[in-house]
Design a protein around this ligand. Structure first.
Ligand SMILES: Cc1ncc(COP(=O)(O)O)c(C=O)c1O
Length: 641
């Protein structure tokens, strides 16, 4: 039987029964395991054939029935069928009155249609970065992006996981913003048992890869009579009755052929989603704990319907994302990269003048890889995917050959003194984890680490913390979930490293130092006692911060002001007790004298001293110089504590 399968392009292929106990030959002994595959059978074929036989092909009784069923399913008063998800987003914005001069906040990490719809309306997309764990828009950053011009927000329930709707509806209510939900990948997903698409104006796609499909197709869902009415006018040339055109509209109508297919698919939606959820649970269970592989995390109160099962292949995996994709392809498994380029980096947006930096989206774009999770997979297929991924990794280089597989992880001796959240996996290698240590979430620590007593690792049950080999973590230290740290970390006592921070290899964090959330710290950075790095600070490779050096986040310390980090470039040296104001860049190998207050950028190689810091004549001295203002506070790269 023919069933069409596809990855990013739709193509018609014959899908054979296959066995996965041998490698595929280069001649293609069996077909590839696709990353997406629509679940179509005789029901859809019969329904579509009946419409073709009837001769009533466009926006008739089948469309009306599909709309009724879909509205009832999502729990809204109206559903308006269209010919694509893009059309749904476009009309939702127009119907809500978004137009020239308006700003609409959305995520930079989605399919480009989410933002393009804003451009179609001559409004301006404003991006807010995503949360690294859920891949969805970060509500905190969304709130910071609101201005007087903001008219609407488009949140995307990416890969089938609902966004944090409590926070998002709160922000929209507070600022009187139209909420549009791009639920194109999230049919049937729920937040606090309420279906997505019912919080604001819902926009769905029925493209061939989606959880249910009509080939191409889309739907708007809403409780608002005016939005529904306006969308209906706009989808068919502004026509209120035959050949009476009220407004300028489009031809975005759905055919009855597509709707008939959609009605059949609707009957199966819950069952298909349950299969996706079951497949995802299997993959997550089998792949948890593999060093360098971040498996998807389901946020609290969410029903995630796994349109995609997207892992992050981080630098500690041993293979790059693309190498892993190639290795899986060689074993007959197709994967997808959703998405390799964040929207703000697309040529279209660059040409429109977008040059902002959304570091989480940019990092995630380098790391994401979607594995097959669709309902057409057999248990054998799923086991084959897990086995192939583990083989691909072990076939590269493996730091911990004996502990790569789930089986090995299960056999790890767990110290009874370690306190673990019930869902957590402490993968501690030969680390010493003494009494009083609290380990929460998925904590992944490389070989040879040593941890002193009263350390908190993880901090959230659903979070992921990964620390490379040979760390030495002193007592009283707290490291949040969502942090990733390379090998050779050394801390003093009572260090705090907060959420979503990334730290490179061989970094030293002195006693009582605080590294706030979302910081990026490169390799071989030294931070001495009492350093305070505020949120979003970037410290590049080899930089040095003397005792009590601080960055500040907010110039005037206003409540709710936008948090902007400083950037300390490669090899710069910051003297003791100095303060660096938000947004300031300290150039490569620049030197900041002790006690300086740096209010503006310091060029590469410059020396700046005083309050406010002024440039001294000449260039920064080399490390061997005796006279640099920073030398007095500089210590060899070892913690003093
Ligand atoms: C998140 C997201 N938004 C919008 C769309 C656009 O939907 P369509 O392809 O039906 O126009 C898609 C579909 O690929 C999507 O995944």
């Amino acid at each position: 039987m023919f069933i069409y399968t596809q990855s990013d392009e739709v193509n018609l292929t014959t899908r054979h029964m296959r066995t996965r106990d041998s490698k595929p030959s280069m001649q293609g002994e069996f077909d590839m395991l696709q990353v997406s595959s629509p679940s179509l059978d005789e029901d859809e074929i019969r329904a579509v054939t009946a419409v073709l036989r009837s001769g009533m092909l466009v926006q008739g009784s089948q469309v009306a029935r599909f709309e009724q069923l879909f509205a009832a399913y999502v729990g809204t008063r109206h559903a308006v069928a269209l010919n694509s998800g893009t059309a749904a987003l476009h009309l939702a914005l127009l119907a809500a009155g978004v137009g020239e001069g308006d700003e609409v906040i959305t995520t930079p990490f989605s399919f480009v249609a989410s933002a393009n719809a804003i451009l179609f309306c001559r409004a301006r997309p404003v991006f807010a970065d995503i949360d690294r764990e859920t891949f969805n828009i970060n509500p905190h950053l969304l709130k910071q992006a609101v201005t007087k011009r903001t008219k609407a927000v488009i949140v995307v329930h990416l890969y089938g996981q609902p966004c944090d709707m409590d926070q998002i509806t709160g922000i929209c209510d507070e600022h009187n913003l139209v909420l549009i939900e791009d639920a194109c990948q999230a049919h049937g997903a729920e937040y606090r048992t309420k279906k997505v698409g019912s919080f604001g104006i819902g926009c769905f796609s029925f493209y061939a890869t989606k959880n249910i499909t009509t080939g191409e197709g889309g739907m708007i869902t809403t409780d608002n009579d005016d939005i529904a009415q306006q969308s209906k006018l706009l989808r068919s040339h502004g026509q209120s009755e035959k050949y009476l055109h009220q407004i300028l509209g489009f031809n975005f109508r759905m055919t009855d052929i597509a709707a008939a297919c959609g009605i059949s698919q609707m009957r199966k939606l819950d069952e298909l989603n349950e299969k996706r959820i079951r497949n995802a649970a299997f993959l997550a269970g089998q792949l948890t704990g593999i060093e360098g592989l971040a498996i998807p995390i389901v946020g609290p109160e969410r029903k995630h319907v796994f349109h995609q099962f997207t892992v992050r292949v981080t630098s500690r995996f041993g293979l790059s994302r693309d190498e892993l994709a190639a290795a899986l392809k060689e074993r007959g498994i197709m994967t997808g990269v959703h998405y390799p380029i964040p929207i703000h980096k697309q040529p279209l947006y660059r040409n429109l003048g977008y040059d902002g930096c959304f570091p989480v989206s940019e990092q995630v774009a380098r790391e994401t890889l979607s594995l097959p999770v669709h309902p057409g997979l057999s248990d054998q297929d799923l086991r084959y995917i897990v086995q192939s991924l583990k083989e691909a990794r072990n076939g590269s280089h493996c730091h911990q050959a004996c502990m790569c597989g789930t089986e090995a992880i299960d056999k790890l001796p767990q110290s009874p003194a370690v306190s673990c959240a019930s869902t957590s996996l402490a993968r501690t290698g030969n680390a010493r984890v003494p009494k009083g240590t609290i380990v929460r979430g998925q904590v992944d620590i490389g070989e040879g680490a040593s941890i002193e007593e009263n350390v908190v690792l993880g901090h959230r049950d659903d979070g992921v913390l990964s620390i490379g080999a040979k760390a030495h973590i002193r007592s009283g230290t707290v490291i949040y979930s969502g942090v990733s740290i390379g090998k050779g970390l050394k801390t003093g006592h009572n260090v705090l490293i907060r959420e979503e921070t990334e730290i490179g290899d061989d970094v030293l964090v002195g006693t009582n130092t605080v590294v706030d959330g979302h910081c990026r710290v490169g390799d071989r950075v030294v931070m001495q006692t009492n350093v305070y790095l505020t949120a979003y600070t970037v410290v590049e490779d080899g930089a040095f911060l003397g005792p009590c050096a601080v960055t500040t986040n907010d110039k005037y310390m206003e409540y709710g002001a936008k948090l902007v980090g400083a950037t300390i470039k490669r090899g710069a040296r910051i003297g003791a007790n100095s303060t660096i104001l938000p947004g300031v860049t300290i150039g490569e190998k620049a030197i900041i004298g002790s006690g300086a207050v740096v209010t503006k950028d310091v060029p590469d190689g410059a020396v700046a001293v005083g309050n406010p810091a002024q440039r001294m004549r000449g260039k920064a001295a080399t490390r061997s110089s005796r006279n640099s203002p920073v030398e007095a506070g500089e210590q060899p790269t070892r913690s003093r504590s």
